[in-house]
Design a protein around this ligand. Structure first.
Ligand code: ATP
Length: 396
C-alpha cells in the first residue's frame, strides 16, 4: 500500500494585479498507507491545489511530494505516476465522456491500460456493480443520467481501475441530503478499500468528521491541525479550527484569569455588565504567561472556549452561586436538538440540548453549568490553544 509524504510544500500563483500569493504554504503532512484522510477547509484554502500537486498535475515551487511503499521510497517521474502508483483522481466537476455509454466510460481507463478483456469484464461487472452501477445502467448515455447518477458513475470509473491511491475532490458536492448520506456510506464501504489510500477533500466539516480516519484542516494554504475527528473537535488547535469544526461553532468568551487572595483562580468574562465570573479550579494552561501563579490579584487575558453541548442545564433548585444564568434570546429547533442563544450579562452564548428533553421559550431565564472537563483555553493574541490536554480539568 502507498503512503504519501508532503514536505514543505509551497505553491504560489499570481493573484489579482499580478501580486504573488501562496495557495499552499510550507505544508508538511504524511498520509499513512491504507488511511482515509479528509482534508477540510473553506473555499480557496488550497485543497484542490494540494490534490493536483499530489497527482502531479502541478509542480511545487518549494518542497516535494514523495510516495512510499513498505518503507521504501518509490522513485518515479510524473509521467509514470498514474501507471506505477495506480493513482485515480475524481475531480470536483468530473465529466463523463458524453459520446460513450456508461459501460464505455467504465471500460475506457482499463482499455488504455490494455487490461485482459476477461479481467476487464469482471471488474466492470463486480466492482461497478458494488458501486451501484449495475448492468441495467450500462447502455445509458451520460445525457440520460441525473447529476447524482453521473457522480456515481465517475466514482465507479475510478474504482474499477483498482487504484492504490484515490484522490477525491468534493465528491459529494451538489448532491441532495439523502444522496449524500447514501454516498457517505458507499465511500465507507468502497470495494477494494483495504488496499487503497484515500485522500478526500471537502469544505463540509460534517462530511470530514463522518468519513475521515484523520482529518487535516487547511485554511489559507496552511495546515491548521491534523488528528482524528474526536481530537480536532474536542481539542481544536486554534480559534479557526474551533469555529470551523462542529455544526455550531465553539462559544468563545474573552476574559481574564484572576487569582483571588486565597489562591483560587477565577475566570471573568470581559464584555457586558462586568462579565460573568466562574471559578476555574483547573491546572494553569502551560504558556499562558501568568508570571506568579501563587500571587493574588494578578491577571492574564485568555479566551475561554466551550462547545454548546458542554453547557449542562440546571433546575432552579440545583443552581449554585458559581453557576450561570441568562435570558433566552433566540431558539433554533433542529429536530433532534435545540440550539438556543442565551445572553449572560451581555455575553451571548449558544447552548445545544436534546429537543425531546428540553423545553424553553424566548425570554425565559435559564440556568446552567459549564462542563469544565471539556473546555479549551486560547491565547487572546495568537488564537493558539493553551491547554494541550483537557482530561486533567476538574469539575468546580
Ligand atoms: P474550493 O473549495 O473553492 O474548490 P480550494 O480550497 O480547493 O477551494 P484551490 O482551488 O486550491 O482552493 O485554490 C486556492 C487558491 O489558489 C485560490 O485563491 C485560487 O483562486 C487560487 N488558484 C488556484 N489555481 C490557480 C491558478 N491556476 N492560477 C491562479 N490562482 C489559482
Amino acid at each position: 500500500m502507498i503512503s504519501v509524504e508532503l514536505k514543505g510544500l509551497t505553491k504560489r500563483f499570481s493573484g489579482p494585479r499580478g501580486r504573488e500569493f501562496s495557495a499552499l504554504d510550507q505544508l508538511d503532512l504524511t498520509v499513512c498507507s491504507g488511511e482515509y484522510l479528509v482534508v477540510v477547509g473553506p473555499s480557496g484554502g488550497g485543497k484542490t491545489t494540494l490534490l493536483r500537486l499530489i497527482a502531479g498535475l502541478e509542480t511545487p515551487d518549494i518542497g516535494e511530494v514523495s510516495f512510499w511503499e513498505s518503507g521504501r521510497r518509490i522513485s518515479l517521474s510524473t509521467a509514470k505516476l498514474s501507471s506505477e502508483i495506480d493513482v485515480a483522481m475524481v475531480f470536483q466537476d468530473s465529466a463523463l465522456y458524453p459520446h460513450l455509454t456508461v459501460r464505455g466510460n467504465l471500460e475506457l481507463g482499463l482499455k488504455i491500460r490494455r487490461l485482459d478483456p476477461s479481467e476487464m469484464n469482471r471488474r466492470v461487472e463486480e466492482l461497478g456493480g458494488a458501486c451501484g452501477v449495475g448492468k441495467d445502467w450500462w447502455p445509458r448515455m451520460p445525457s440520460e443520467l441525473s447529476g447524482g447518477e453521473k457522480r456515481r458513475v465517475s466514482l465507479a470509473r475510478a474504482i474499477v481501475r483498482q487504484p492504490r491511491l484515490l484522490l477525491l475532490d468534493e465528491p459529494l458536492s451538489s448532491l441532495d441530503a439523502p444522496s449524500r448520506t447514501e454516498f457517505r456510506q458507499w465511500l465507507r464501504d468502497l470495494p477494494g478499500r483495504d488496499a487503497m489510500t484515500v485522500i478526500h477533500v471537502t469544505h463540509d466539516q460534517a462530511e470530514a468528521m463522518s468519513l475521515g480516519q484523520r482529518i487535516a484542516v487547511l485554511n489559507k494554504g496552511r495546515l491548521q491541525q491534523i488528528g482524528t475527528p474526536r481530537q480536532v473537535y474536542e481539542m481544536p488547535a486554534n480559534l479557526f479550527v474551533a469555529g470551523f469544526i462542529g455544526d455550531s461553532p465553539m462559544n468563545i468568551v474573552a476574559g481574564k484569569f484572576l487569582i483571588s487572595e486565597c489562591g483560587t483562580p477565577w475566570f471573568t468574562a470581559i464584555p457586558g455588565n462586568g462579565g460573568f465570573k466562574v471559578p476555574t479550579p483547573v491546572p494553569m494552561p502551560a504558556g499562558w504567561g501568568l508570571a506568579h501563579p501563587g500571587g493574588s490579584g494578578l491577571s492574564s487575558n485568555v479566551l475561554l472556549g466551550f462547545r454548546p453541548e458542554s453547557a449542562v442545564r440546571l433546575k432552579a433548585v440545583e443552581a449554585g452561586k458559581h453557576d450561570l444564568s441568562g435570558r433566552v434570546d433566540s431558539i433554533d429547533y433542529l429536530g433532534a436538538e435545540i440550539v438556543a442563544r442565551i445572553d449572560i450579562q451581555g455575553v451571548p452564548l449558544f447552548v445545544r440540548w436534546p429537543s425531546r428533553r428540553e423545553e424553553m421559550t424566548v425570554g425565559e431565564t435559564l440556568r446552567f453549568r459549564i462542563e469544565w472537563s471539556g473546555v479549551s483555553w486560547f491565547d487572546d493574541k495568537t488564537g493558539e490553544r493553551l491547554n494541550r490536554d483537557h482530561g486533567s480539568f476538574d469539575q468546580p
